[in-house]
Write a protein that binds this ligand. Structure first.
Ligand SMILES: *[C@@H]1O[C@H](CO)[C@@H](O)[C@H](O)[C@H]1NC(C)=O
Length: 365
């Protein structure tokens, strides 16, 4: 009985005690993280001293009940007064210490836009099972994406854009069951997009543009029900656009420009009323532009320039509700430009460098 009471006392004591200081191991992990970096202009790390890393350490947050570190949020571009005071944006050199992997309750790791942090993404980061946001955009991080990145089952945001990351997109990435935003743009990734990329069922934005990705666009992408924004532009992708991409319910921005894609333009891509921005410029698309536009067509931008498109501009395009920006230049189109309100505001540049187009805004037929 007395041991039972003792147990109760211990449980109550642990439940209600106010943890006042951060865990010693979290504190030493943070100090190791700090010492591998150098930030000469703003002094973001000046507050990182003293025992309690949960109290007023710039960019650090803890869980109040456990006093374990949950967030590191260091952005080199922000509204914070320290930037105003210094009159400049952030700049940091050094690297991300693997010691960070000892912060095993970390949910958000944002070390973004510091321009010069180099080194690799520590492979051990894949052991941080609580991690929800990993945002290292805008640095000089090199090396590969950790092979076991797919272990991060809670990850919702993976942003490694604007770095110098090489190698292939790891196969395991398709196991990120919670991933909503993937941004790997402007790196040096090579190889193919994993064939089962479509397993990423929660994804709403996938930005893989400005890399050196090759191979074809996986048809499985068409299975990502929530995908609204897909940018694969400025890579070395080949093959045709999978028909599945024209049938996606919420896809509204599709940028495939500056690749080596070929084949005909799938009619569904143009007739899908949700599609607002479609850029297929600078590829090898051929055949004619499908005549499938209608009163529900609403394009902020439709760019089909620099392809091998032939035939006439479809008459149905003049029945579109709105076309903000249209570029059909640098193809082999011929015939008269349709009349109608979507065309009223367009300039000659939208139609230039074709074989034999005529009519307003070009010369009369
Ligand atoms: C489409 O992509 C091309 C080539 O990458 C680019 O120059 C153009 O500005 C883009 N069009 C629109 C409307 O953004």
């Amino acid at each position: 009985m007395s041991s039972f009471l003792l147990l109760i006392t211990v449980i109550l004591a642990t439940t209600f005690s106010v943890v006042t200081s951060c865990s010693a191991s979290d504190r030493s992990a943070l100090l190791a993280f700090k010492s591998a970096l150098s930030e000469p202009y703003l002094g973001v790390f000046n507050t990182w001293s003293g025992d309690n890393c949960c109290l007023n350490w710039y960019g650090v947050s803890c869980d109040v009940s456990t006093a374990r570190v949950t967030d590191i949020n260091l952005r080199g571009e922000s509204e914070d007064p320290i930037f105003e005071k210094a009159g400049r944006t952030g700049y940091m050199t050094g690297k991300i210490s693997p010691e960070i992997c000892k912060l095993d309750r970390l949910t958000n790791l944002v070390v973004a836009d510091w321009k010069a942090i180099s080194g690799e993404v520590p492979a051990c980061i894949t052991s941080l099972s609580s991690l929800r946001i990993l945002d290292l955009i805008g640095n000089k991080i090199s090396g590969k994406i950790p092979a076991h990145i797919g272990n991060l089952q809670r990850l919702t945001v993976l942003n490694l854009a604007d770095n110098e990351i090489t190698g292939e997109i790891p196969e395991s990435i398709v196991n990120l069951a919670s991933l909503k935003h993937l941004d790997l743009s402007n790196n040096r990734l090579t190889g193919a997009i994993p064939a089962d990329f479509g397993k990423l069922g929660m994804l709403s934005r996938a930005l893989l543009n400005r890399n050196q990705l090759s191979g074809s666009i996986p048809a499985s992408i068409g299975n990502i029900y929530r995908l609204a924004d897909l940018d694969l532009s400025a890579n070395q992708l080949t093959g045709s656009i999978p028909v599945q991409l024209g049938k996606m319910p919420v896809l509204s921005t599709l940028n495939l420009d500056s690749n080596s894609l070929s084949g005909q333009i799938n009619p569904n891509l143009l007739s899908n009323p949700g599609m607002g921005i479609l850029n297929l410029s600078r590829n090898g698309f051929e055949g004619s532009i499908p005549d499938v536009f209608g009163p529900k067509t609403y394009f902020m931008a439709l760019d089909l320039s620099y392809n091998n498109l032939k035939g006439r501009i479809p008459g149905s395009l003049s029945s579109a509700k709105y076309i903000g920006h249209l570029d059909l230049s640098h193809n082999h189109l011929c015939g008269s430009i349709p009349l109608g309100s979507p065309f009223d505001h367009l300039e000659a540049a939208s139609f230039s460098y074709n074989d034999c187009l005529c009519g307003n805004p070009l010369k009369t037929c």
